[in-house]
Design a protein around this ligand. Structure first.
Ligand SMILES: [Ca+2]
Ligand SMILES: [Ca+2]
Ligand SMILES: [Ca+2]
Length: 226
């Protein structure tokens, strides 16, 4: 290239090769490296962000899946739903309490080493799902299962007693059990003897990770418990 430049017309070919880069070539090269470097750095950073997001997402998914599996497993072994609290306002807690007779003595033992009364609760004000049990001294302990990402937690409470399906839609809901015509106390909440008839429990939970929402559901038939 330099052999034809007007700056060194009379140099022999060997000397022209040693002339190196012109200032313009150097500036162009620096410019190109700069652009390339910026592009590569940007790519590396965005790959890092994606990896970080995927890792955070899979952690939350994993924790949510485990929490839901645990709830399903324990509910499947349950003998009876003993208390339910459904939200009357958007800030009310939702709770599900059930009894599992782990030692098979037919009694609800409140101080067993294996807690027999379990309460799963969702607090919509801090998006937290927690589990409350009694320890061996009978003191109530609450531990968060999913710390801050549970944006929705709903219970579908039904009975297999088809004769109480007042509207004949094939599903006997807790509201139908609550109706005085079905023997309920008509107070608008599932409680008392109505709970003894609940044996189909559906749980749906939505967990947020940033803008992504993942919903987990389970449906447990308490009649099938072993
Ligand atoms: Ca027991
Ligand atoms: Ca019905
Ligand atoms: Ca009731």
């Amino acid at each position: 290239m330099s052999a034809t430049t007007p700056m060194a017309p009379s140099r022999p070919a060997g000397a022209a090769k040693d002339a190196g880069f012109s200032l313009v070539e150097l500036l162009v090269a620096i410019g190109l490296f700069g652009v390339l470097g910026t592009l590569l750095l940007g790519l590396a950073l965005s790959t890092g962000n994606v990896t970080e997001n995927v890792r955070a997402l899979s952690n939350i998914n994993e924790e949510s899946r485990l929490a839901m599996e645990r709830l399903s497993r324990e509910l499947r072994q349950a003998s009876q739903v003993t208390a339910v609290s459904l939200p009357a306002t958007p800030t009310d807690r939702t709770t599900l309490t059930f009894w599992t007779d782990f030692d098979g003595n037919g009694a609800q033992d409140l101080t067993a080493a294996d807690p027999e009364i379990l309460t799963y609760g969702w607090d919509p004000e801090n998006d937290r799902l927690s589990l409350t049990v009694n320890d061996v001294s009978g003191s109530s302990i609450t531990r968060p299962l999913l710390a801050t990402n549970v944006s929705r937690f709903t219970l579908d409470l039904r009975s297999s007693q088809w004769q109480l399906d007042a509207d004949g839609n094939g599903r006997t809901t807790w509201a139908e059990l609550d109706a005085p015509a079905s023997g309920g106390n008509g107070n608008g909440v599932p409680d008392g003897a109505e709970l003894l008839k609940l044996d189909l429990i559906g749980v749906s939970m939505t967990v947020l990770d940033g803008s992504r929402a993942q919903t987990y559901t389970t449906r447990v038939d308490l009649r099938n418990r072993s």
